[in-house]
Design a protein around this ligand. Structure first.
Ligand SMILES: *Cc1c(COP(=O)(O)O)cnc(C)c1O
Length: 770
């Protein structure tokens, strides 16, 4: 085992000539001879650096009298290192190196957190080195979660394979040049671990047995679920499984309009009759949460009774409700409050947490995720069964497509494993990729214990630093007074309250520790101007600090448009030239994510690019220089023009057609439902649908979902009426179409819309007229 590191943290004298020093060096040599690497440091500051950067540390020798190094804490260096280890590593074997003090002089917590003591002069160096290496090996084995451990053991056995996949541990690839290139690129390890489901020693994904079953149960414990299922085809499949399981044909499903396509697919396969719930929106065009008034029993009943499809449903009320938590923009709900509200209307509640798998591991998100709803917080027979579906790969460390379904069944709507498993198998594969299963197992283990919080906290801390720095830049430029003002902002409160003393602090002056740990700093307070969402109640919705929305000038949170502006599409195009790819772009906002993959100061490059953009804008730099790809692609349209001019022209267009306002109407005034989604799909199979240009679409019924990105929320669902030419939907779509025509190179991403490459006409799939 060469990949383990032993930390030795002892005072500087240990490098000197004394007898004890010589002994410690011999211990080090013995450890290295045993195949481990040693990191030798002389104060707590350096020990911290090693612990922060080397996750391969498998044991530590720490001197109690270690100097504190750059650390300001009053504690001894040894105590500080032990505490750091406790925060970051679960059960790391630590040996305390003793000088003159006796064990009885140590605080109790220290005795509890170390596995042994080393008096360098009392035992032989080789004996001590042997103890440390053995402890390191045991630790490295113990940190492995169930499936990954079994997979490694299996691989170590070097057995021949007589089963699929036919590449047989990669051997088949070696028989051709192109196969060889593939083999060399991905490496033998990946191919050797690509095994067939017939390897019984590893268990079964469908039967949830053996190490796979153990891994799922371990994940359930880590994520706070009663049942957890691994799914290898993304959260998309999780959503289809839960939808397919929860609602029978012709029953009513309550569906957040701000939902992912896969939720709709669940409705198509199940044959449900959807009744949509409409999230609130603000002036930037950002989708907010479903407000409390939208999910209370009376309003749900009203939505159901005004829906002609629901009136003919086979269920009285809704059998199932699904909503997105957190939203793309990082808005997360008070889970218990939503569960209580929904409980009056449905026995099954599904939180789509594609972007939120880390929520359980940081106190900032306490009570904001689906699995936090259980009998302790919600006793009594009314509690709904809760599902949470997560794209583990999106914001934790797992391979793409690796996802999980978590369930907390309630007596009201039991989830018997064998029934749920039918739905899982229907959407699953009988040939799972074992490295993906291992990645799910590892993703859960990484979040288990203290290091989970530590990892999430790093992302939160960096996001807080960036957010504060953005405000400070504005202040500094204002104070300098010699250049045009800073125009980018971050969507966040301007001031926060410290609950300890009630002090109100400007956001950028609030202690980072307060912002890191105090959820109320991030609440969308009812009526606060910065968020612009109406109808919220205190604590109902919180902004997740790691989802950072940058704002561009041109509009404010209430929708008031300014005389000048910088549409975010221009900024995004510029950032792409700097190799900064953002998550999402709306009319005047751009979303960036601070995930666990963040490194300290990585955001400095983003800040730098924003400052450069401003300098280019202030100087009205030629587009040839700012966006060379754009002018090369559309020379007739853009060559010879300046950055400011482009921004202003685009802003003028957005303003004159009132795109943000039209979008708002298109979302708020839902199209009339005509037939259930499954019906449209049946027609699509048998030639009962066709592509129709927008100009001819009025009065027709949509046959496929139309989602426009930005903002990525469906504006039209299959089975809904397209409406009149001057109705909300067609006005919005036509405005977008003309925008795309006028600004080639900046067109919107539209799913469910076909753009004619020559004319730029939009076409959408509609039911054929009878
Ligand atoms: C990405 C996403 C999904 C689908 O997740 P995959 O893992 O990509 O299949 C589902 N719901 C929401 C809200 C998403 O953003």
């Amino acid at each position: 085992m060469t990949d383990s590191t032993i930390l030795i943290a002892v005072p500087e004298q240990a490098r000197g000539e004394g007898v004890g020093a010589g002994q410690l060096r011999r211990i080090r040599d013995g450890i290295e001879a045993g195949g481990c690497a040693v990191r030798w440091v002389s104060d707590a500051g350096d020990a911290d650096a090693v612990l922060r950067t080397e996750a391969g540390v498998a044991a530590a020798l720490v001197a109690w009298d270690l100097p504190a190094g750059g650390r300001a804490d009053a504690e001894s260096g040894g105590a500080a290192v032990l505490r750091h280890i406790g925060r970051r590593f679960h059960r790391l074997p630590v040996f305390l190196v003793m000088a003159d003090e006796g064990v009885r002089d140590l605080p109790l917590w220290v005795s509890e957190s170390v596995v042994g003591y080393v008096w360098p002069l009392e035992d032989t160096p080789s004996f001590i080195a042997g103890r440390v290496t053995a402890a390191a090996r045991a630790y490295q084995e113990a940190v492995l979660p169930p499936f990954f451990r079994a997979l490694r053991r299996f691989d170590d056995a070097h057995a021949y394979s007589w089963h699929t996949p036919a590449h047989a541990g990669g051997v088949a690839f070696l028989k051709s040049p192109v196969g060889r290139a593939f083999h060399d690129y991905f490496g033998e390890r990946l191919l050797r671990s690509d095994l067939s489901i017939s390897v019984e020693a590893l268990g079964s994904l469908f039967e949830h047995t053996g190490p796979i079953g153990e891994a799922e149960r371990n994940a359930a414990r880590v994520f706070g679920a009663d049942l957890t299922y691994f799914v290898l085809q993304g959260d998309s499949t999780c959503n289809r499984v839960v939808g397919h399981f929860s609602v029978a044909r012709d029953e009513i499903a309550l569906v957040d309009r701000n939902c992912h396509k896969s939720v709709l697919h669940g409705l198509v396969v199940s044959g449900a009759r959807p009744v949509y719930l409409v999230p609130t929106r603000n002036g930037y065009g950002l989708a907010g949460p479903l407000p409390p008034a939208e999910i209370d029993a009376a309003s749900v009943t009203a939505r159901i009774s005004s829906n002609p499809l629901a009136r003919e449903a086979s269920s009285e009320g809704a059998e199932y409700a699904v909503f997105t938590n957190s939203t793309y923009d990082g808005l997360c709900y008070d889970a218990l409050a939503t569960a209580r509200a929904f409980a009056a209307s449905t026995p099954r509640l599904h939180f789509d947490e594609a972007w939120f798998a880390y929520a359980r591991f940081h106190p900032l998100y306490a009570g904001r995720y689906g699995m936090s709803v259980g009998p302790a917080g919600f006793p009594g027979p009314e509690r709904p069964t809760v599902f949470a579906t997560q794209s583990t790969h999106k914001l934790l460390a797992a391979l793409s497509q690796s996802a999980m379904v978590h369930v907390r069944p309630a007596p009201r709507a039991p989830v018997e494993h064998h029934r749920f498993n039918e739905a899982l198998m229907m959407h699953g594969t009988t040939s799972p990729l074992y490295p993906m299963i291992a990645s799910l197992d590892v993703a859960a283990a990484m979040m288990d214990g203290p290091q989970g919080e530590c990892l999430v906290d790093e992302a939160v801390t960096e996001a807080v630093r960036f957010r504060q720095e953005m405000v400070r830049v504005r202040r500094r430029i204002e104070a300098a007074g010699d250049r045009p003002p800073w125009f980018f902002g971050v969507w966040q409160p301007d001031a926060v309250t410290d609950p300890a003393n009630g002090d109100r602090l400007p956001f950028e002056e609030a202690p980072a520790d307060l912002l890191r740990t105090e959820p109320s700093c991030w609440h969308l307070e009812p009526g606060a101007a910065w968020h612009g969402f109406p109808g919220l109640t205190r604590g109902y919705c919180m902004l997740d600090p790691v989802k950072v929305t940058l704002t561009c000038p041109g509009v404010d949170a209430t929708g008031d448009m300014a005389d000048w502006g910088i549409p975010a599409r221009v900024l995004t195009a510029y950032l792409a030239t700097r190799d900064i790819v953002v998550e999402k772009t709306d009319s005047y906002t751009t979303l960036v994510l601070f995930s666990m993959g963040i490194t300290k100061g990585k955001w400095g490059t983003l800040l730098d690019a924003l400052m450069d953009f401003k300098a280019l804008y202030d100087a009205d730099a030629p587009l040839d220089r700012v966006l060379p790809g754009l002018t090369a692609g559309h020379p007739g349209r853009y060559a010879g023009r300046g950055l400011r001019e482009l921004c202003q022209e685009m802003h003028g267009q957005l303003r004159s057609v009132r795109l943000v306002e039209l979008l708002d109407r298109a979302f708020q005034e839902l199209p009339a439902p005509v037939v259930p989604p499954q019906h449209c799909y049946q027609r699509l199979l048998r030639g009962g649908t066709e592509r129709v240009p927008l100009g001819q679409a009025s009065g027709r019924v949509a046959a496929a979902m139309v989602t426009v990105t930005p903002p990525g929320i469906p504006v039209l669902m299959p089975g809904e009426a397209v409406g009149d030419p001057d109705g909300p939907l067609l006005r919005y779509m036509s405005a977008l179409e003309s925008f795309d025509r006028r600004f080639p190179g900046f067109h919107s991403e539209t799913h469910g819309v076909e753009r004619d490459p020559d004319s730029g006409d939009y076409r959408i799939e509609c039911l054929r007229l009878a």
